[in-house]
Design a protein around this ligand. Structure first.
Ligand SMILES: NC(=O)c1ccc[n+]([C@@H]2O[C@H](COP(=O)([O-])OP(=O)(O)OC[C@H]3O[C@@H](n4cnc5c(N)ncnc54)[C@H](OP(=O)(O)O)[C@@H]3O)[C@@H](O)[C@H]2O)c1
Length: 293
């Protein structure tokens, strides 16, 4: 496949050590780009780089917690030191809090979501744009997720963080229109990764895993599918189209996934097994002694 991502481009992918981020790194590197993958866990960074290099791809890595601006600045420095340039920055690092009622979620978990999905993407955008605006070109891709366009009960912190990121990114695109820099949102739809498979849920709400399994059967795709679209956004095909707001789970995909599942049900075909690791997390707030009215 030719994506139009010219060889010798350099792409940084935060959260690039597994799941969607690693698939994006693979897709870019297979087209001839040099990639830098980053995440909080040094061993995962090492492993991801090794897996890319084993394929003969150009890759480097750097441990980086995107919540810390200094570490994100060091990540950009690393890219420039190792490969001498910086063309694409993907703010992909993301996580969610335990699934359940907002009050029951530990405040520390919500803080982590804000620090990674909001502050982390802000730090990445800041660092990438400082560089891109100086060189008058570059592509910044901010990865959205469920909730970027509507509230999501029981997934409130994650959804609200993605709504913030969408608004933030589209405003950036307007501010820097005409600068030569491309700024895009990318909602990859439902992607079959640890983010879904390790289902952390507030104790008492474990039944909701059933719903997740059904949703995954309807709409989840392997990370490589979404990565192909990310590669396209990173390519010359989007030159001059800053502000693109791309959503892989639009109405057509929603309807076709639901129809496929409905037909399977009607024909009584067995459901494909979806293995979830359901992890119960104690509620942070006990409502059992509330006053009855
Ligand atoms: N899976 C889906 O259905 C789905 C749908 C829509 C959008 N997305 C978005 O796609 C992105 C990737 O998700 P995924 O499904 O691939 O999740 P994943 O498999 O859990 O991977 C998340 C990656 O982010 C890294 N990470 C987490 N917190 C970080 C931090 N503070 N600093 C640096 N790296 C951090 C993780 O590594 P460490 O733990 O080692 O740091 C890992 O490499 C996220 O932004 C997510 O919101 C996913």
């Amino acid at each position: 496949m030719t994506s139009g991502l010219p060889e010798a481009k350099v792409a940084v992918i935060t959260g690039g050590t597994r799941g969607l981020g690693l698939a994006i790194a693979q897709a870019c590197a297979r087209e001839g780009a040099a990639v830098i993958v980053a995440s909080r866990t040094p061993a995962s960074v090492e492993q991801a780089v090794l897996s890319l290099k084993k394929e003969g791809l150009q890759a480097s890595g750097q441990p980086c917690n995107v919540a810390d601006l200094a570490q994100v600045e060091e990540l950009a420095e690393h890219a420039l030191n190792i490969f001498g340039r910086l063309d694409v920055w993907v703010n992909n690092a993301g996580l969610s809090a335990a699934h359940g009622p907002t009050i029951d979620v530990l405040p520390g978990e919500v803080t982590q979501v804000i620090q990674t999905n909001i502050l982390g993407a802000y730090h990445g955008s800041l660092v990438a744009l400082r560089h891109f605006l100086r060189q008058g070109k570059g592509k910044l891709i901010n990865v959205l997720g469920r909730g970027s366009r509507q509230p999501v009960p029981y997934g409130n912190a994650y959804a609200a963080s993605k709504a913030w990121l969408r608004s933030f990114t589209l405003a950036l695109a307007k501010e820097y229109k005409g600068s030569g820099v491309g700024i895009y949102t990318f909602n990859p739809g439902l992607v079959d990764t640890d983010l879904l498979r390790k289902f952390r849920v507030i104790a008492g709400y474990e039944e909701r895993a059933k719903m997740l399994r059904m949703i995954m059967r309807m709409w989840a795709k392997p990370p490589q599918v979404a990565a192909r679209k990310a590669l396209w956004i990173a390519s010359d095909a989007t030159d001059g189209r800053t502000g693109l707001d791309i959503n892989l789970l639009g109405p057509a995909a929603l309807v076709s996934g639901a129809l496929r599942e409905g037909v399977r049900h009607l024909l009584r075909r067995p459901s494909p097994a979806i293995e979830l690791n359901v992890i119960s997390v104690p509620a942070a707030f006990d409502l059992s002694d509330r006053e009855q009215t």
